[in-house]
Design a protein around this ligand. Structure first.
Ligand code: UDP
Length: 362
């Protein structure tokens, strides 16, 4: 495989593709016959959710931007499919490489396979078992038409095997999101708010929420925020807000002296805050992996996870979506009882190299 079309559409995708592109460029400079075409589907498009990641993570400008932002799940899937079919017909590839579980991942995998182009899925095989999550549908569909499965964990391998995928198509390579984290850790950047609020290490919490189950109903979001405020002692609460959440949060008019709603941060600024925080409260998947590697306690406000190793090995705990479960978790944290984790196997910063090496041999 030496002509690789790489798909990226949303924030977590950019973080996962950066090391893959850098490894391809490195191989190319060592005379390996490999090249890539980067397609941005436009699913996330503003600077906070897209542009800053390209700058900070030194991702080269995409060869094509399909500009398919906005719309319902179905509209977005359809728009991306129509636009990507034209792109792939104009620029055929040996393999289309998709990452993660966003709408762009699924839409482009379908287009590729229908045009008889092989599909490689990075972060294949993870499952929450929760079909109400759009991401779970994206994972199931993508993996059902993937040729090469690059996985982050043994549980992912197991899911694929039990769904009938033959062992020789599964490549346990590790986690490209962690490649980026380990590479960028020395470059984390102090955000302005650090000085404005006079923050200090391990004295504040970071909150991120964007799953429909937590933020789409106003009363639920309000109950969660109220519980966090009531049980977090004296901690400042920094809440970089996903655009989906911001739209609903505005309607709630919640104000508290310790609650600081802010715009989404750039990658280097966000992880500067996370690395030094006392705790992260989140419903993100990727962030539970990053807190695991940085050893930061993490409370996940979900009833399930597709990343169980962040719990069995890492610092993450699944505390559920019932706001009442927040109080006991803070009690545990503030009394110093939170577990200490370890980094899962192969989350070592070398995953992208493994993937590119395998692609050149396939
Ligand atoms: N992130 C960021 N700025 C923020 C919030 C998150 O750079 O204000 C990064 C975070 O470090 C992680 C990724 O975005 O790498 C996670 O994205 P998200 O939570 O949107 O997606 P998920 O992992 O849930 O699919």
């Amino acid at each position: 495989m030496n002509k690789i079309t790489i798909i990226a559409g949303a924030r977590p995708n950019f973080i996962k593709i950066a090391p893959i592109i850098h490894s391809i460029l490195e191989a190319k400079s060592n005379m390996v016959a490999i090249d890539y075409r980067l397609i941005h589907t436009g699913q996330h498009y503003d600077n906070n959710m897209s542009g800053s990641f390209f700058e900070e993570l030194e991702i080269p400008t995409p060869h094509n931007n399909l500009e398919c932002g906005g719309g319902t799940q179905a509209e977005q899937t359809a728009n991306i499919m129509v636009a990507f079919e034209k792109e792939l017909l104009a620029y055929p590839a040996d393999v289309v490489l998709v990452v993660g579980d966003v709408t762009s991942t699924m839409a482009c995998a379908i287009v590729a396979q229908k045009l008889h182009t092989k599909v490689a899925h990075v972060e294949a095989g993870i499952r929450s078992g929760d079909w109400t999550m759009p991401e779970e549908i994206n994972r199931l569909v993508t993996d059902s038409i993937t040729n090469y499965f690059f996985t982050t964990s043994h549980t992912a391998n197991q899911h694929l095997k039990s769904s009938g995928i033959s062992y020789d198509k599964i490549y346990f390579v590790g986690n490209t999101m962690i490649d980026t984290l380990l590479k960028q850790r020395p470059n984390f950047k102090q955000p302005e708010i650090w000085k404005t609020l006079n923050l200090s290490r391990k004295s504040y919490a970071v909150i991120t929420l964007h799953r429909p189950s937590n933020v789409d109903e106003e009363y639920k979001l309000k109950a969660i925020i109220d519980e966090i405020i009531n049980h977090s002692g004296e901690m400042p609460l920094l809440f970089p807000m996903h655009p989906r959440t911001a739209a609903i949060f505005e309607l709630l008019n919640i104000k508290h002296s310790r609650l600081h709603p802010i715009a989404p941060l750039s990658y280097l600024e966000f992880n500067y805050l996370v690395e030094r925080s006392k705790v992260v409260i989140t419903d993100s998947g990727g962030i539970t992996e990053e807190t695991t590697v940085m050893g930061v306690p993490c409370m996940t406000l979900r009833d399930n996870t597709e990343r169980p190793e962040t719990i069995t090995e890492g610092t993450n705990e699944l505390i559920g979506t019932d706001p009442k479960s927040i109080a006991p978790s803070f009690k545990k944290l503030l009394s110093g009882q939170w577990k200490v984790g370890k980094t899962p196997e192969l989350w070592d910063g070398k995953t992208a190299k493994r993937i590119v090496n395998l692609l050149t041999k396939l």
